[in-house]
Write a new protein. Structure first.
Length: 51
């Protein structure tokens, strides 16, 4: 489990956001999927440019 400050401001108490392990795993999987898609698109563009 992790936590982070959300919207910190000096004039008020900080609030916290807690993230469970399952949610982190889902976020990491989404980032991984996006990274693979970006790399696929980059390879596609490179192939088109070198043709």
């Amino acid at each position: 489990m992790s936590f982070s400050f959300t919207n910190p401001r000096p004039d008020r108490e900080p609030s916290f956001s807690f993230t469970g392990r399952e949610e982190i795993e889902e976020q990491l999987q989404a980032i991984t999927d996006l990274a693979h898609e970006i790399l696929r698109l980059v390879a596609e563009v490179r192939a088109q440019l070198s043709s």
